[in-house]
Design a protein around this ligand. Structure first.
Ligand SMILES: NC(=O)c1ccc[n+]([C@@H]2O[C@H](COP(=O)([O-])OP(=O)(O)OC[C@H]3O[C@@H](n4cnc5c(N)ncnc54)[C@H](O)[C@@H]3O)[C@@H](O)[C@H]2O)c1
Length: 332
């Protein structure tokens, strides 16, 4: 089995490689090779796997480059390449070029392949396809009403996925992935960064700023669960999806206040003491405009997609996966 990961140099792509190494096969077929393509980042993960990994610099906005990577006929394609939320909002042209035109390039390279060919394509959509006003609890029938360019681009991607699947060009599964938390790495300037910053930095014994009111809410999943979603999506029976190829993934609803309470339960008062409150009106406004509700992801759960049960567990997952089971901040 040959696998292609677009945008594979990014955070989720790198974790996906490790996840695929753990499972070793998909639907009983051994993974023989993974090709990781990314416009900007070479894959860090290359050695120590049971399969061959090739890392290539490929820009999906170039149709010829898409043809070349599809010429190798990967059996499963994880399409992760994207311009993410903040940049898609600040650079309108680039967001549409990569998130919409790039996706069509990839899909047309598959459609126009000279052999009969219908790969499984797993597409990372986002909860950004939704927008308010919300119901108290949203469900799988909640309408798509994105309020950002990124959300619109992901919603267009979902429609393309439906149509190319309906026409038999590919076998698509779209995953509306909740905000990843705790996002590893350095704090970033995205407005949603605060949701991860106030957990990740205090656990390290570093001060973090609470830039919005405690009632701002979001729906979350861990990077570990997101990798689980991707691997599961590569293996499900897509006949069960009908014409609706995209699914809202399970997640944990929490406000910033809920996050701080969970951090206190898991790591104690000393760690919570590293959070300083300093409201940033811009962040406050962005977060208030999102205020994501609880979401019953019944369709996905019935198909076997699972995630952590609580925000406490989500913090514990971060401590296990990123901090070697220790809380460095306790000794500072
Ligand atoms: N991180 C989250 O909270 C979250 C939530 C929901 C969905 N997603 C989606 O999951 C996917 C992966 O997210 P991530 O957090 O790893 O983001 P990331 O920014 O770390 O990875 C995206 C990768 O795409 C690459 N890329 C950008 N333009 C490209 C192009 N023209 N050609 C080829 N590669 C290109 C980037 O270099 C980057 O490495 C994205 O599609 C994102 O929209 C992420």
């Amino acid at each position: 089995m040959k696998i292609l990961i677009t945008g594979g140099g990014g955070m989720l792509g790198q974790k996906l490689i490790a996840g695929l190494a753990k499972v070793g096969s998909l639907n009983g077929k051994k993974i023989e090779s993974i090709t990781v393509v990314d416009a900007y980042k070479q894959s860090q993960a290359l050695d120590g796997f049971d399969f061959k990994i090739t890392s290539k610099i490929v820009d999906i906005t170039d149709r010829k480059e898409c043809d070349a990577m599809i010429a190798e006929k990967p059996d499963v394609i994880f399409h992760l390449a994207a311009i993410v939320s903040g940049e898609a909002e600040s650079d309108f042209e680039k967001g549409y070029r990569v998130n919409v035109d790039g996706m069509r390039n990839l899909f047309d390279a598959i459609r126009l392949h000279s052999d009969q060919y219908c790969p499984r394509v797993v597409f990372t959509s986002s909860v950004a396809v939704y927008g308010g006003p919300y119901l108290d609890v949203a469900d799988d029938n909640f309408i798509l009403q994105p309020t950002t360019s990124y959300g619109v681009q992901k919603a267009i991607g979902e429609l393309l996925l439906n149509d190319y699947s309906r026409r038999g060009f590919l076998d698509g599964v779209g995953l509306r992935i909740p905000t990843l938390c705790v996002r590893p790495g350095l704090p970033n300037s995205a407005a949603s960064g605060v949701f991860s910053n106030i957990i990740r930095e205090p656990l390290m014994g570093i001060e973090a700023t609470l830039t919005a009111g405690k009632d701002a809410s979001m729906i979350f999943t861990s990077p570990r669960s997101a990798v689980g979603f991707l691997i599961h999506a590569a293996q499900i029976d897509t006949a069960l999806l009908g014409a609706r190829r995209s699914l809202m993934m399970p997640g944990i609803y929490a406000t910033l206040g809920d996050e701080i309470d969970a951090l206190r339960r898991v790591a104690g008062d000393k760690i919570v003491g590293f959070i300083k409150e300093e409201i940033d009106p811009f962040v406050q406004e962005m977060l208030t405009s999102w205020n994501f509700p609880r979401f019953e992801a019944k369709r996905a759960r019935s198909l076997g997609f699972t995630c952590e049960d609580s925000f406490d567990e989500l913090i514990k997952t971060h401590i296990a996966d990123e901090l070697g089971g220790q809380i460095p901040g306790l000794t500072k």
